[in-house]
Design a binder for this molecule. Structure first.
Ligand SMILES: NC(=O)c1ccc[n+]([C@@H]2O[C@H](COP(=O)([O-])OP(=O)(O)OC[C@H]3O[C@@H](n4cnc5c(N)ncnc54)[C@H](O)[C@@H]3O)[C@@H](O)[C@H]2O)c1
Length: 266
């Protein structure tokens, strides 16, 4: 039986991971390095990025920190240029940046147009900007490429606490299908991960002082716990590597089975 390093090898590949400074993105960057990729850490917070840089380098891989705002067109273009200058090629893009605009639950009645616009730009437009830059590059260079988008379980069910987040993440799934179909023939594969609940600084902050809610959630997740960033890294390694060579336009729901019992979710 091959190990994940063998089965999902990204040896001699370069992967851009957006928002890799902490949480899911950091877990993905660390696992992609473990399976052989050099990693471009496209992160708005340089201090956080240094932590991930250390994790990548511990795997014996190169890490390039590029301070980037994925919501800004020019910043995304500069990030790609910096990656190409450093590594000469890029093979994988993980569109990870996203989240609820501010870490709190918000109903539609309380949501301003500004917050709606921000949430769509943060979760959906950012992925459009990065995907467009990479697809233009891969097509121009005649190279294959691989995109892994991060959506959310919130895309698949009515998500009454943040209508903008659910809508943006549903857009990510549709964009995955469309781009997957459009660019498969060019050797560019596009797939997506929809996480359930992940233990990250954001979810820790969200449920601070409400540990009872968190414990109740754990009880209804068939695996009995939140996922870890590393577990999403392993799925990203599968989708980004030849282990999934015949998979296009798909969204993998990765939630420890929590979607079975959503109606009971506190
Ligand atoms: N945490 C969860 O339970 C959960 C569940 C479902 C989906 N997700 C999705 O997983 C992804 C990562 O979530 P997380 O919880 O790890 O988030 P997080 O907030 O912990 O980490 C996001 C990272 O992105 C960086 N970032 C923020 N804005 C940026 C920008 N404009 N440009 C570049 N970098 C930027 C942050 O500095 C941070 O390092 C998101 O798309 C989120 O929607 C998370």
């Amino acid at each position: 039986m091959k190990s994940i390093e063998g089965l999902c090898s990204l040896e001699s590949k370069v992967a851009i991971v957006t928002g890799a400074g902490r949480g899911v993105g950091q877990g993905i960057a660390a696992v992609l390095a473990r399976v052989g990729a050099d990693v471009v850490i496209a992160e708005i917070d340089e201090e956080l990025a240094k932590d991930t840089q250390r994790l990548v380098e511990e795997q014996g891989r190169k890490a390039l920190v590029v301070p980037t705002d994925v919501m800004d067109e020019e910043s995304v273009e500069k990030m790609l240029q910096a990656a190409l200058e450093a590594f000469k090629h890029v093979d994988v893009l993980v569109n990870n940046v996203g989240g609820v605009a501010r870490p709190r639950m918000i109903s539609i009645s309380d949501m301003s147009l500004e917050e709606w616009d921000y949430t769509l730009r943060f979760n959906l437009t950012s992925q459009f900007l990065c995907s467009r830059a990479l697809i233009r590059y891969w097509q121009g260079a005649g190279r294959p490429g691989n995109i892994v988008n991060i959506s959310s379980l919130a895309a698949m069910v009515p998500y009454k606490t943040s209508v903008a987040y659910g809508a943006a993440k549903a857009g990510v799934i549709n964009m995955t299908q469309t781009l997957g179909g459009m660019y498969g023939q060019s050797g560019i594969r596009v797939n997506c991960i929809a996480p359930g609940h992940v233990k990250t600084p954001i979810t820790d902050a969200l449920y601070k002082g409400r540990e009872d809610v968190r414990a109740a959630q754990d009880r209804i997740i068939p695996l009995g716990r939140y996922g870890t960033p590393e577990e999403f890294g392993k799925v990203a390694a599968f989708l980004a590597s030849d282990a999934s060579s015949y998979v296009i336009g798909q969204t993998l729901l990765v939630g420890g089975g929590m979607h079975y019992f959503l109606t009971e979710l506190p």
